[in-house]
Design a protein around this ligand. Structure first.
Ligand SMILES: [Zn+2]
Length: 522
């Protein structure tokens, strides 16, 4: 029996979890003591799709980079611990009680347990009506974010060096630019460094939209920019070289709770999420073909992520570049089937799996195999993701304990490449609030459940990058941040008035690892 069927059967034997826990109860458990994924799997009798000895024992695959996994774990802890210490510390500060020594004792606790100081004026005012815990909470989240950015800016510079080897791999595979749009869901926040293991690279552009429904016009403009650069600068390939532009969309679903913990933008229906992302990719390709005619040289690729295990599936394009929702390589299955092999054989098996997917019959039938470069890129992504499957097995017991949302803040604008771990932020790439309204609304909806229902405000970090080489760029970005902040405050006026929405503004120069500079939002 295939694993999916056996999982479904096993799940059906258990009564469904009540949909409506008393308000606050379900969230409180998720926040304060997340039930480990392994404990859940044991209780439900789940079988891990990649490593069948879990949850008792983790697997060891020959293609996995264990040293990198250890480094990433240290990084994940370094980032999440900063945020997770906030609520318990503030709870203890709230319990200090009034008195002359309150401000000094609170400050001491913050320094000791959080590593930074809280706002002195807010603490000083506490003796009148008690401490404003909402303000302290939002401030602590922003301080944790700033300290994580500063701490990991060094790492991002190292990543930039690794990015050069990714650039040459992409050019070798015949791609001169790659544009990846994922869903804004916080569970995909670690998509690049963790799930796909792709370092920041000059040839790769990243964006996030609710439901992976990217903006076709905006992407056509990026395509024009990339093509113009080839003509004017010969970067990274000259215009006469037959290299291609690759557009990738990343959707997601949940193998443990497919109808409840899938993509919120598509009603937790993985089929709808897959088809919507694919339709957007087809629209993009058609737009380029219609507007720029023959030989426009665009490829598309569709990737799905199981947010419980981080295993991906890659939809293999056919020889004409067409993608099907029903033709893909399931990497959990591939990992499982290649477990006992040595590295060379396992690598060959990855290419065999791509070939086998290309020969899919029925609904997934296509016209042959994709070109060599595409096959090599798909194989690289599958192998990279095997390290992530094992990472989740090794450090999270195979399944994430926080199956659903657990984002710590809403990230608006260009995002923070230094802080890319699962569920750290709901990310909306917003240029104007009018255009980004849908993405912001989904984020606010998620945070109403996560924070507002518990009386906590929504921390929103607005962050944009300026280009220090362009005269006036910094000042224009500062103005833009203030404009976006004012529009967000206007859109969510009721939340802002009740002190349930806090905004933080920052800018950063374009080169990776540049310092983050705060912008006062008035
Ligand atoms: Zn989603």
């Amino acid at each position: 029996m295939d694993t999916r069927k056996s999982l479904a059967l096993r799940r059906a034997r258990y009564a469904p979890v009540p949909q409506h826990a008393p308000i606050g109860m379900a969230q409180a458990r998720r926040f304060d003591a997340p039930r480990s994924g392994a404990a859940y799997a044991r209780a439900e009798g789940l079988e891990h799709p990649a490593c069948t000895t879990l949850p008792e024992r983790s697997c060891r695959h020959a293609l996995v980079d264990r040293a990198e996994n250890a480094r990433l774990w240290e990084c994940e802890q370094g980032i999440t611990n900063r945020f997770d210490a906030i609520a318990p510390t503030l709870q203890d500060i709230a319990g200090l009680g009034p008195g002359r020594a309150f401000a000094a004792r609170a400050q001491e606790m913050a320094r000791e347990r959080l590593g930074f100081e809280l706002s002195a004026p807010v603490l000083e005012r506490a003796w009148v009506r008690g401490p404003d815990m909402g303000a302290l909470y939002a401030e602590a989240v922003f301080a944790a974010l700033s300290s994580a950015v500063a701490r990991f800016s060094e790492r991002i510079r190292e990543e930039a060096a690794a990015g050069q080897s990714l650039d040459s791999l992409l050019v070798d595979c015949g791609f001169h630019a790659v544009d990846i749009s994922a869903c804004s869901d916080g569970r995909l926040k670690g998509l690049f460094p963790y799930i796909l293991r792709l370092p920041a690279s000059t040839l790769v552009r990243r964006s996030a939209f609710a439901g992976a429904l990217f903006d076709v016009e905006e992407d056509v403009r990026h395509w024009e920019h990339a093509e113009l650069r080839r003509v004017r600068e010969g970067f990274p390939t000259t215009a006469d070289v037959g290299s291609r532009y690759l557009k990738v969309a990343v959707y997601h679903g949940s193998s443990r709770e497919p109808t409840r913990e899938g993509c919120a933008a598509h009603g937790s229906d993985q089929r709808v999420a897959t088809e919507a992302a694919l339709a957007r990719l087809d629209e993009f390709r058609t737009a380029i073909e219609n507007a720029f005619c023959c030989g426009a040289g665009t490829d598309i690729l569709l990737i799905g992520v199981d947010t419980d295990t981080d295993a991906i599936r890659i939809h293999v394009p056919d020889a004409k570049g067409d993608v099907s929702a029903y033709r893909y390589v399931d990497n959990a299955e591939l990992y499982r089937n290649t477990l006992g092999l040595d590295a060379d054989r396992a690598q060959l098996a990855v290419y065999d799996a791509i070939r086998a997917a290309s020969e899919t019959k029925g609904w997934g039938h296509g016209e042959g195999m994709p070109h060599d470069g595409m096959r090599r890129l798909i194989a690289t992504l599958l192998i990279n993701n095997m390290s992530q499957i094992e990472y989740v097995a090794e450090y999270h017991g195979g399944w994430y304990g926080d199956m659903g949302h657990g984002e710590r803040f809403v990230s608006v604008g260009d995002g923070f490449p230094e802080v890319q771990v699962r569920n750290i932020a709901y990310y909306a790439r917003v240029d104007t609030v009018e255009e980004g309204a849908l993405d912001l609304d989904v984020g606010v909806k998620i945070f109403r459940r996560l924070n507002v229902e518990r009386g906590l405000p929504i921390p929103m970090a607005l962050h944009y990058r300026f280009d220090g080489r362009v005269p006036g760029s910094r000042a224009r970005m500062e103005n833009k941040i203030r404009r976006v902040a004012a529009a967000i405050r206007g859109r969510y006026a009721a939340l802002a008035e009740q002190g349930l929405l806090y905004l933080h503004g920052s800018i950063q120069d374009l080169p990776l690892g540049s310092p983050m500079e705060e912008v006062a939002l008035a």
